[in-house]
Design a protein around this ligand. Structure first.
Ligand code: GLN
Length: 498
């Protein structure tokens, strides 16, 4: 399979050895061939993409200056607003919503001369871990089409894994970039909270949400992060800090790198195959002279409970705006305003979103606020403190991304708690606001989710998580890039799985 990386694509187009049109045609061709089955895309804007590609080719021909992502095909999770292009959040309530503006990240991508091919599927309003909670379609894992791609940015991960685009944007509130990246064998980066503007990202949990790239290589993630980061006055939590040249800072020696390993992340519930791959990855670092240091995250066991209180509380508040009056779906022939609100929401939201709204409303309600929401905020502060303590001793923290490889379609749909519990390794980075990356570190050997032995193929991908300190994306990316220089897990394609 020959799909170029972001770096290769941009440099080939800039140098005139390929045209943006041919790159875009190729990407659209892969979508056409693969997406009827995989269903990663919510919408594809082929004609507009080809026009944009021609405009880029004209400029290259004239010798005009072009951006860092010149001609690079990009797909964007469908909870990120795109001017004139429907942004549905894979929800019936926003089925016909066409934003009149671009999200900050989309403005940045266009300014860097990237080419938007379309929007990707997600769990409705980004609530879920499997992309099964989508009102649009169920997305399949390209490594095994009976398995979930992860979520909620499942469409983004599949688009990159299947070669439809070298980069996708996702959003990560509690692992939604890193977990699907792990399940689909791609890189997924959640930047530090505040690094990337949330302007135009449809809010789920505003104190947790962050946009980031899914790519095949860490280098590509660094290039895209550089393009989308930076201060934006329209997001009051956006950080007014300089944006380093992330791609230029990737080559750092592994020798002396201090990697913290929390035993709390290697306990009960972690499958042997994931454990072995992550431990083998640590051996790679050790072999290069990195120092492996035990650190502790004593409050990790409270992270799932804490997250599902904070995230649902914020979601119940953010989703109050879908009332059938402002925009989106409106129930027909309401008897009065209450009937309009309740039927609009009854008809427009799916089960998981309703569950979250009920949970969130409950934990914020008078009489329960102190016991749940306030308590969760205190636990969140303790989790943040655990990380402060750990980062006073190490440069990055290593852990698994997920307890198992991709689970079967339908396996957890009737058991929301089991679905929530599997978020254990990813959500604390959101609660603390640190940056974190998922990168391929092995395969489970075929025969299905951690089944070992079997089909003879490589099996399902496994992710290594590295967590970095606040605004230390340079160190995080360098540590991850160093691993990719020494390994080839990220060079496998789903066709190797058969
Ligand atoms: N799986 C988590 C949830 O369902 C994370 C979602 C996300 O990061 N958007 O809330």
């Amino acid at each position: 399979m020959s799909v170029l990386t972001v770096r290769e694509t941009a440099s080939a187009i800039r140098g005139g050895s390929v045209t943006a049109r041919s790159v875009v045609e190729n990407a659209l061709g892969v979508m056409e061939r693969e997406d009827g089955r995989l269903r990663a895309m919510v919408c594809v804007r082929g004609d507009e993409a080809l026009l944009a590609a021609d405009a880029v080719d004209e400029r290259v021909k004239r010798g005009d200056p072009v951006g860092a992502l010149v001609g690079v095909p990009v797909v964007v999770k469908d909870n990120i607003c795109t001017s004139g292009v429907a942004t549905t959040c894979s929800s019936a309530i926003l089925r016909d919503f066409v934003p009149p503006y671009d999200a900050h990240v989309v403005e940045r991508l266009r300014a860097a001369d990237a080419i938007l091919l379309g929007k990707t599927n997600l769990d409705e309003f980004a609530m879920g871990s499997s992309t099964e909670n989508s009102a649009t379609s169920v997305t399949l894992n390209p490594w095994d089409e009976l398995r979930v791609p992860g979520g909620s940015s499942g469409g983004s991960a599949v688009a990159v894994a299947a070669g439809m685009a070298p980069v996708a944007l996702g959003s990560d509130t509690g692992g939604s970039i890193r977990q699907p990246a792990a399940f689909c064998g791609t890189v997924g980066l959640k930047p530090t909270y505040g690094r990337v503007s949330r302007y135009g990202l449809v809010a789920f949990g505003s104190s947790l949400d962050q946009i980031g790239p899914l790519t095949r290589t860490v280098e590509d993630a660094a290039i895209v992060l550089g393009a989308i980061s930076g201060y934006d006055e329209r997001d009051s939590t956006s950080a007014d800090r300089a944006v380093p040249d992330y791609a230029a800072g990737l080559d750092r020696p592994m020798k002396g790198l201090r990697i913290g390993v929390p035993p709390e992340c290697f306990g009960e519930g972690l499958s042997d195959t994931v454990r072995h791959s992550v431990e083998a990855a640590l051996d790679v670092y050790r072999g290069e002279g990195a120092e492996i240091v035990e650190v502790h995250l004593p409050h990790l066991s409270y992270a799932v409970a804490c997250y599902y209180v904070v995230a649902t509380a914020e979601a119940s508040s953010n989703l109050a705006r879908y009332d059938g009056v402002h925009y989106g779906h409106r129930a027909a022939d309401p008897e009065d305003i209450i009937d309009l609100y309740s039927r609009t929401r009854e008809e427009g939201f799916g089960d998981e979103v309703k569950r979250r709204i009920m949970l969130g409303t409950y934990v914020l309600s008078s009489g329960y606020y102190d016991a749940y929401y306030l308590k969760a905020l205190k636990v969140r502060a303790l989790i943040r403190r655990d990380f402060e303590e750990a980062f006073s001793r190490v440069d990055v923290i290593a852990s698994p991304v997920t307890p198992t490889t991709a689970f079967a379609l339908g396996e957890k749909t009737d058991d929301p708690l089991a679905m929530y519990l599997a978020d254990i390794y990813t959500i604390s980075a959101n609660l603390a606001g640190t940056c974190a990356i998922s990168l391929p570190c092995g395969f489970d050997g075929g025969g299905g989710s951690d089944g070992g032995g079997g089909s003879g193929g490589v099996g399902l991908p496994i992710g290594l998580q590295l967590i970095g300190s606040w605004f230390e994306e340079e160190a995080l990316l360098a540590a991850a890039h160093g691993y990719q220089l020494l390994t080839d897990h990220h060079e496998r394609w789903p066709s190797d799985a058969a």
